[in-house]
Design a protein around this ligand. Structure first.
Ligand code: ADP
Length: 545
């Protein structure tokens, strides 16, 4: 028997329609690429999104067409998110930090009809266009007076002029909510980037789970600043979630250094923010230097890679900011888990509470998880057994976008293999030890590179650390710890590092050597690139080997 309920599709346009109508005067603030701070409200954002939607239709953009964006977190980029998806086209957010051949690959693979870009990326796109012959034109996010030299762009269009010609007087069209809305490519640490193509419905369901109290707890009382870029898995959904609840939205633009972020956090009285640990390293260093305070900031979501304990403690103990450790991936829209305590944790000591926060969190409603051994057999959720994490749920990809061969991650049984290794405890908290390809295999046992790194960066003279496995005749592999010293820690030596680790990690985990470098390689999303690091140290021989 069928129910008698209204069959209203769950479309992305409904988010901005809600914000534009019921949170009309709530601010959207941007530190613009041109320089000044731009302010308007959700009502104005919706009108301009509709103007851009009309303009795209006038340009001939059709249902299902992909439109690439190369842009920072700004109000215009938010407008583009809603305009493109709103007419049933697909927002393909492109990470500008991809290597040139990867950029070329994703634009052509996605078959982007137009590129919508920030001023910053004019040269990048001009170099790309000869290799992307099917792109019809480039829309530049700027007003007429700020238009740069666009002579090398194909069919350049000024965004403000384009939308000024439209009224914004339209109803968002209705269509099947299983239609594609957005496309993100993984940064492709091996092989070509692979695309995850999200539906309207999957995005809305993800949004509803994301705003819940045990995830980001977003509300109309928040001033929310996604520092995580809108080209990194849709800024973890924050541009959608803030519209759903009508929070103030603060967009940091291009400058993601500690000083710029600090100024926005305090100036805009930001209560909620989110980004990868690298960003927070820069912020905390800046605040230490200037004696900063964060009186308004209530919580910070840290994910994308493991959040070191020392970072958590600094935020919480020194600045009174609650850390929400989260885990996810591009293939999961991206949220899988968030770390908030349960009722039974109310009486934990401060130390025990921070111990629990080291977990990347427990499953959001909508995501189910299990761990499996190498033969694929399910392992117990006892907090001890470790295996590959598999996930299933309505906002997890069933397959990658347009690749003929079945992706190795996709299993027949409806579970997506994350490539992450973890333990799951009986409460559902996941304890990630590594990526499958990064574990250090010593004498048949696995050493967690993540745990080693997290302990190491607790040393006040260590700015960043990476552990990789190097060949060893007896043990197969043994750990090498690669360390970047802090500015004032240049006298730090190997014995200091090993001495610091002693007692904090199992004896057999002790690195066989420590190497000091000025900088560690990072991927396009700011994570340690173990692949590049292993390549750099491929001829390195451990003193014990
Ligand atoms: P990319 O692979 O393009 O860098 P993703 O952002 O999709 O992009 O990366 C997802 C991966 O990041 C996860 O599979 C996991 O390995 C890692 N990751 C994300 N959050 C955490 C976390 N809290 N702790 C440890 N690793 C994490």
């Amino acid at each position: 028997m069928l129910a008698k309920m209204m069959d209203r599709p769950l479309l992305i346009s409904s988010l901005i329609a809600h914000a534009g109508k019921w949170h009309a005067d709530t601010e959207v603030v941007t530190k613009t690429i041109e320089g000044p701070v731009h302010r308007y409200d959700w009502a104005a954002a919706e009108v301009r999104a509709k103007q851009f939607a009309q303009a795209l239709q006038r340009l001939g953009v059709k249902f299902g067409d992909r439109i690439g964006t190369l842009a920072w977190n700004t109000y215009r980029h938010v407008e583009a998110y809603y305009a493109i998806a709103g007419i049933g086209a697909v927002t393909h957010t492109i990470n500008p930090r991809l290597f040139p051949d990867q950029l070329e690959y994703v634009v052509n693979h996605a078959d982007d009809q137009y590129l919508v870009i920030d001023l910053t990326f004019v040269d990048l796109v001009a170099d790309l266009l000869p290799k992307a012959p099917k792109v019809k034109g480039v829309i530049v996010f700027a007003g007429k007076d700020d238009m740069p030299d666009v002579s090398r762009l194909r069919n350049p269009i000024c965004y403000e002029e384009l939308i000024a010609a439209e009224t914004g007087d339209m109803d968002w069209p209705s269509f099947d909510d299983n239609s594609a809305a957005a496309l993100c490519y993984t940064s492709g640490t091996t092989g070509n980037p692979k695309g995850a193509i999200y539906a309207h419905k999957s995005t809305i369901v993800h949004t509803l789970s994301q705003i819940a109290p045990d995830c980001m707890a977003l509300s109309a009382r928040d001033s929310a600043m996604p520092v995580v870029p809108m080209f990194h898995v849709n800024a973890w959904g924050v541009p959608y979630a803030t519209a759903a609840v009508g929070s103030k939205l603060v967009l940091p633009g291009r400058d993601l250094d500690g000083k710029s972020i600090y100024e926005l956090l305090t100036g805009e009285k930001v209560t909620f923010t989110a980004a990868v640990p690298t960003i927070w390293m820069m912020l905390l260093a800046h605040m230490k230097e200037v004696g900063g305070k964060l009186p308004d900031l209530d919580r910070v979501v840290i994910g994308g890679s493991a959040c070191p304990r020392a970072m958590m403690e600094t935020f919480q103990n020194d600045y009174g900011v609650n850390v929400i450790h989260a885990w996810g991936m591009t293939e999961m829209s991206p949220l899988g888990t968030a770390n908030t305590p349960k009722r039974k944790h109310a009486d934990l000591s401060d130390t025990a509470a921070v111990d629990l926060q080291q977990s990347a969190g427990r499953p959001l409603y909508g995501v189910d998880m299990k761990i499996v051994d190498e033969a694929g057999a399910t392992l117990p959720n006892d907090g001890e057994a470790t295996g590959e994490l598999k996930v299933t749920g309505p906002w997890i990809i069933a397959d990658y976008f347009n690749i003929p061969e079945k992706a190795p991650a996709h299993a027949e049984d409806g579970w997506f293999g994350t490539g992450d290794v973890c333990a799951i405890d009986p409460d559902g908290y996941i304890w990630i030890t590594d990526r499958l390809k990064d574990v250090i295999k010593s004498g048949g046992e696995w050493i967690s590179s993540i745990d080693l790194e997290n302990v190491a960066v607790g040393h006040p003279k260590i700015a960043e650390a990476a552990a990789i496995g190097l060949p060893h005749p007896k043990w197969d592999e043994r750990p090498l710890l690669v360390v970047v010293r802090t500015k004032d820690g240049q006298d730090l030596g190997k014995d200091d590092v090993l001495g610091y680790l002693e007692g904090k990690i199992a004896k057999w985990w002790m690195p066989d050597d420590v190497a000091f470098v000025d900088e560690l390689p990072h991927t396009a999303t700011g994570k340690l690139s173990k692949l590049q690091l292993r390549a750099r140290f491929k001829d390195y021989v451990l003193p014990t080997a």
